[in-house]
Design a protein around this ligand. Structure first.
Ligand code: PEP
Ligand code: MN
Length: 457
């Protein structure tokens, strides 16, 4: 066979990398599967299964992220802290899509910028944990690490890591993607029909009026354009939607890392946009080693312990050639620490002239225990971190180009505060998350409106 013409090589690809070279580095947060044979079998099966995304989509997203780096787009990335196999159902998936579409409508309208829409779904099944085990009433069991690995119930059987769960997670991810793609291709995201995204229970929301005013204004603008041109504006009935998850479970990610005909290098085809979590972002660690070699756009969570020196080493490892759209830095400092921790990082990256997309995750630095023991986040702190982030970037001469949020389209009570002023006592009413507390529909929309108001200042 003649060699396939791949055209000129677009970037310098690392020559000392392979999909399994991470195995030579210390890998934090890995489960220990009890049966090596069963693990090898599951991974062999995964390697044969079809990928979940394509290299074209991945490269298209990278171009959109490059535009966001230039200030010509805004990134909206959101979804559950952890997906669960049980929650792979149509209503939950479409409600989450509705919230993200409504938020992006608010952002597009208010910021006058196209939005890059990235779901935190279709593969968000592995979780880092602060402790390897958990003790309840004198019984100690391995921690729950996400549905890819074990089950949340507190029993010995549920907590033993089972490699077949990766196969099930791959299938659930494919079902989620399939449904999202079909909805979008079928016209669900059509700007002519924003009523498709209404969530039944929110007609009495304190925010409904402001949102409906915005929808009416957009409807008028669309009709005006169509009257002018004498025809329907067709590119309003489709949007791009991309997927992301934390690339934590490296054996799974490795099995979905593929070469593609007519493309250079390797792609992680389990998601468009993998990220490295705060607990696995060691420069010499396995997760950075793995992600430095794939051609996807990648992100890293940046916590309060990261120094300017470490950050610059991370940038060197993950984007040595400053490729546009390649690297996103998601800072998650907490409302109390961001003013102290973020500016030295912004200064260092600006001084060195490195090309990154800065994104704020106002959730993970603001997790606390409520008076009644629930893990929660206060809307006031989430809001404060986000507002400070805009101000700190403006002061440093850098640009906040997106947000990363944990949210759901359901009427949950997991974060306190917001337009309905949820209190600690409300948490027990509808607390459903098995991991981190999420913004509910109204709180999510409120964040989108707040971003618009803040950027207008
Ligand atoms: C997460 O995104 O759910 C998470 C664990 O975040 P971080 O790595 O920033 O703590
Ligand atoms: Mn989380």
């Amino acid at each position: 066979m003649p060699p396939v013409d791949r055209g000129p090589q677009p970037v310098n690809l690392p020559t000392d990398w392979a999909p399994d070279s991470w195995r030579t580095r210390p890998a934090a947060q890995m489960p220990s599967w009890p049966d090596a044979g069963a693990l090898a079998e599951a991974l062999a099966e995964l390697r044969r299964l079809p990928p979940l995304v394509t290299s074209w989509e991945i490269l298209a997203l990278k171009r959109q992220l490059a535009e966001a780096q230039e200030g010509r787009r805004f990134l909206l990335q959101g979804g559950d802290c952890a997906e669960s196999f049980a929650d792979c159902e149509s209503g939950l998936i479409s409600n989450r899509l509705k919230v993200l579409l409504q938020m992006s409508l608010v952002l597009v309208h208010g910021l006058r910028l196209p939005v890059v829409r990235v779901g935190r779904f279709a593969g968000q099944y592995a979780k880092p944990r602060s402790a390897d085990s958990e003790t309840r009433d004198g019984v100690t069991l391995p921690s729950y690490r996400g549905d890819f690995i074990n089950a949340p119930e507190f029993s010995e059987a549920a907590r033993i890591p089972d490699p077949r769960r990766m196969i099930k997670g791959h299938a659930r991810s494919a079902m989620t993607m399939n449904f999202v793609r079909a909805l979008i291709d079928g016209g669900f995201a059509d700007l002519h029909h924003p009523e498709y995204w209404d969530l039944g229970w929110v007609t009495h929301s304190p925010l409904a009026e402001e949102y409906q005013r915005m929808v009416a204004a957009i409807g008028d603008a669309v009709r005006f354009m169509e009257t002018l041109s004498g025809e329907e504006v067709h590119n309003l009935n489709r949007v791009d939607f991309y997927t992301s998850h934390e690339a934590l479970l490296l054996p799974y990610e490795e099995a979905l890392t593929r070469q593609v005909p007519r493309q250079w290098g390797w792609f992680n085809l389990s998601t468009h946009f993998p990220w490295i979590g705060m607990r696995t972002a060691a420069v010499d660690g396995a997760h950075v080693e793995y992600l430095r070699g794939v051609r996807n756009p990648v992100a890293v969570k940046i916590g309060p312990a990261v120094t300017p020196d470490v950050l610059l080493r991370l940038i060197d490892a993950l984007n040595p050639d400053d490729e546009p759209g390649r690297l996103t830095l998601i800072h998650r400092m907490g409302a109390a620490q961001i003013a102290e921790r973020l500016p030295p990082l912004l200064d260092a990256v600006r001084r060195e002239g490195r090309r990154v997309l800065w994104v704020c995750d106002p959730m993970h630095g603001n997790t606390e225990s409520a008076s009644n023991g629930y893990k929660t986040r206060r809307f006031g702190n989430i809001r404060s971190e986000l507002e400070q982030a805009f101000d700190l970037h403006a002061a440093a001469g850098t640009r906040l180009g997106g947000v990363h949020l944990e949210l759901t389209g359901e009427n949950v009570t997991e974060c306190t505060g917001g337009a309905r002023e949820l209190t600690d006592a409300d948490l027990e009413r509808a607390y459903r998350s098995s991991v981190d507390p999420r913004l509910n529909y109204e709180q999510s929309l409120e964040i989108a409106m707040l971003i618009v108001r803040k950027r207008a200042q």
